[in-house]
Write a protein that binds this ligand. Structure first.
Ligand SMILES: CC(C)(COP(=O)(O)OP(=O)(O)OC[C@H]1O[C@@H](n2cnc3c(N)ncnc32)[C@H](O)[C@@H]1OP(=O)(O)O)[C@@H](O)C(=O)NCCC(=O)NCCS
Length: 177
């Protein structure tokens, strides 16, 4: 319970080496099951978005740790073999604006060398599924660059606005009961 495994072959990447089975499995788990990976995930987030809204590495570590306390908010990590290969979170709020909207998909990140293997798609659908199981009927996100990816995953654009000087699209998705 609480873990999801998917074969990368199922996800569309060919691999003819059965002996590398462990490397073909993507496991998605709550980072509270692997606190040793918090530093790595925080570093990804800081590298990608730390400049935006001035978040220090320590702020990000603290936010991830706060997400380890209860069922929600949470951070997921994708692992392939022994290697962490992506992350995504469910947050209560992710914008100072739009405080009435909750919860938010946030921090979807896959390291460059692992992109294009459907890992982000898998992480997003796992966050959606866990949000649905928590009883949420609708989920939100904002993005400046990823709207096309999320459209492919069934998300709808609901607003466009300037946020801290950046043009962002706010999107939502209804979660099936
Ligand atoms: C965006 C990101 C998470 C995608 O990760 P990924 O594991 O490579 O994504 P997937 O393999 O699941 O891609 C799913 C689909 O979205 C497409 N896609 C991925 N990133 C995209 C982007 N920025 N713009 C448009 N399409 C994109 C892929 O081509 C793929 O489409 P396909 O199935 O038709 O080929 C990754 O590039 C990343 O971490 N970028 C930096 C952080 C970021 O931008 N996060 C998300 C925006 S908030």
């Amino acid at each position: 319970m609480g873990r999801k495994r998917a074969s990368i072959t199922q996800l569309g990447v060919q691999n003819d080496e059965p002996s590398a089975e462990e490397r073909n499995i993507i496991e998605i788990l709550n980072i509270k099951e692997r606190p040793d990976l918090i530093a790595q995930v925080a570093q990804w987030i800081h590298q990608e978005w730390g400049h935006f809204r001035d978040r220090s590495l320590q702020d990000i570590v603290r936010a991830i740790e706060n997400g380890c306390v209860a069922e929600y908010p949470f951070t997921l990590v994708a692992i392939m073999g022994a290697e962490p290969v992506g992350t995504a979170s469910l947050k209560i709020h992710d914008m100072d604006l739009l405080q009435d909207f909750t919860p938010w998909l946030a921090g979807v990140y896959v390291p460059t060398i692992h992109r294009g293997k459907n890992i982000a798609s898998l992480l997003v659908s796992e966050v959606e599924e866990r949000a649905r199981r928590l009883g949420f009927a609708q989920i939100y996100l904002y993005t400046s660059t990823g709207a096309k990816l999320y459209e492919k995953l069934g998300w709808n654009s609901i607003q466009e606005l300037e946020y801290d000087g950046i043009h962002v699209v706010v999107m939502d998705k209804m979660l099936k009961p």
